[in-house]
Ligand binder design. Sequence first.
Ligand code: SF4
Length: 257
Amino acid sequence: MSSVEDGMKTAWVLDSKGRRLAPCSSEKATMMVSQGKATLICEEPLTIQLPYAVELPPRPEPVQQTQVGEGRSILLHTCCGPCSTYTITHLREQGFDVSGLWYNPNVHPYAEHQRRLASMRTYAESVGTPLLCEEGYEMSDFLRNVVGRESHGERCRHCYRMRLNRTARVAVREGFDAFTTTLLVSPHQDQDMLRDVGEVAGGEFGVEFHFENFRRGWSERGRLTREHNLYRQDYCGCVYSEWERYTGQRIRPGVSG
Ligand code: SF4
């Protein structure tokens, strides 16, 4: 007898090709042998063989748990060290090969820009993420783009466009599969507008814009920022946002600050 389950002895059953089928009781196996319906192969453990082959149903294919970024490279526009923490971690967990791009001519004044860049470099180095840096500051181009459109929202669309267009262009130039931005982690940014601008840039330059609501990682961003002791700015970046931050006012269309 081969085994005892719930007090009942069972026998192994093979088909004519030697494939193991569902076991049966030892009584049934003995009866089949005595009736010539099966051949006794072994007494211990009790094993019988049927004279015919049994077509077994095909085994279901194992479900492949593919990750969205598996085997793909992505260029991540980085606005600062803190917003990069969760975003880089999360994209890597999704299987992406992540590189960062620094291009933020919207951050004023220059000393503040350099301080944020230094923080970004520190973090990128500490987690082994390559960081591409676009030459120059291009503050004048930024101001030229937003002059006459200084209200909150209106200027942000131009700001997003400048930064995401550049990211898309570099992504194509450097052969990345997709691009995205750390701005998507911040509840202070307009996510719908970012998506719109990102998708238009992706279409124009011919590279996929990876949209994802990274905001679910906002508190983790805070924890990682403290853990890495990164510089935390208290205004978005441009001179207008600084003025708004410290006065508690908003620049409205047609009204100067
Ligand atoms: S508030 Fe922020 S997103 Fe808007 S224009 Fe200024 S720097 Fe850019």
